[in-house]
Design a protein around this ligand. Structure first.
Ligand code: ASP
Length: 352
């Protein structure tokens, strides 16, 4: 089947490239577009995957890459490309964003998203929204049609509706698989609480590593367009069993999402609390800007050293102003794909 031919080509091709970066430097004056996407990191092991499931994920990533790259190839902006690619994954129930988002403790879906324009440093984000079909489009509206960077909850929903963004009934986000995951996590959490002799401290589910959903399905995209402009976008349902209005790193500018033409564009996936504490994306950008580190070195330092040192986990995708890409992760796998400056599409899932 086509996708398996593609995947095996990718595996062979990538084994020669090293683990987390592929260099394809653009010349100083012309920019060949580059697009990188992710569909979340986590305990993604080949032995737990069926060929059908693997194909579904690969197809989902491919569809997002194709949509975003068509825009870049036609001379469109990196902003348009990352929004379009993320939207495709938001509409795909396989990923933890938009349709397919994980459930909160209360059995609702609360979505977060952010987008950033590397050229102007304009940014927009929404958090804790329950009725916006494509939160990434709402984040872009916040950036372009308001003086603010971040809106939350019902205010954000009202703003989105006023700007003609599609509003859906909360039931739109229901998927059986995510519902079952919530029941599983809740059960594990109550067992843990019993073991702790009734200590209420552990009753968060989210905070206990052994109770966490082992897969982060957040989606994201970063791009460099023909004009040399960078953009980043991230969208997520957050983490299973989250409560109390918890918001992760995805909509936090500088943590889960960041773009700056002077350095790079980054979208993260993983245990959000750690990405926030490490100010993940902006720290990588700062190491490049103020320390003259390469994207690869800065991204590896943060994801492969600093993040595990705090006992966090996850990964990220990034592209720099020359079109170099980095995709480090310290989990078993990360759904990811990219089209580099030479127009080659690659889709990868496991560590390899
Ligand atoms: N980073 C997201 C969060 O903490 C989760 C994910 O990557 O799936 O909300």
């Amino acid at each position: 089947m086509k996708i398996f031919i593609l995947l095996s080509t990718v595996l062979i091709f990538n084994s020669a490239l090293g683990q987390s970066q592929y260099n394809m430097t653009n010349s100083a004056h012309t920019h060949k577009p580059v697009l990188v996407i992710h569909g979340g990191a986590g305990t993604i092991l080949k032995k737990n995957m069926t060929p059908e499931k693997e194909k579904a994920y690969s197809d989902g990533l491919k569809a997002a890459l194709e949509k975003g790259y068509a825009i870049l190839k036609a001379g469109g902006s990196s902003l348009d490309a990352v929004e379009a690619a993320v939207k495709v994954m938001e509409d795909n129930p396989l990923f933890n964003a938009g349709k397919g988002a994980v459930f909160t403790h209360e059995g609702t879906n609360e979505l977060d998203a952010a987008i950033m324009d590397g050229k102007t440093l304009a940014a927009g984000a929404v958090a804790g929204v329950k009725t916006i079909r494509n939160p990434i489009t709402a984040a872009r509206a916040v950036m372009e049609h308001s003086p603010h960077v971040m809106m939350v909850g019902s205010g954000a929903e009202q703003f989105a509706a006023q700007h003609g963004i599609t509003i859906v009934d909360p039931s739109y986000f229901y998927t059986e698989e995510r519902w079952k995951a919530l029941q599983r996590v809740k059960k594990e959490d109550s067992l843990k609480t019993e073991l702790d002799h009734g200590s209420k401290k552990s009753n968060s589910g989210l905070l206990q590593p052994e109770n966490r959903d082992s897969k982060y399905g957040t989606v994201g995209a970063v791009a460099l367009d023909q004009h040399g402009d960078l953009a980043a976008a991230t969208s997520t349902g957050g983490m299973t069993n989250k409560r109390w209005g918890r918001v992760g790193d995805a909509p936090i500018i500088g943590a889960g999402t960041y773009a700056n033409n002077a350095t790079c564009a980054i979208s993260c996936t993983g245990w959000g609390e750690f990405f926030i504490r490490l100010v993940m994306a902006k720290t990588i950008s700062d190491r490049m800007e103020f320390g003259q580190w390469s994207l690869q070195k800065a991204a590896d330092e943060m994801i492969m050293k600093r993040l595990p040192a705090l006992k966090g986990d996850g990964g990220l995708i990034a592209v720099d102003k020359q079109g170099n890409i980095a995709m480090p992760f310290c989990t078993e796998g990360m759904y990811r794909g990219y089209i580099t400056a030479d127009g080659k599409m690659e889709i990868r899932i496991y560590k390899e």
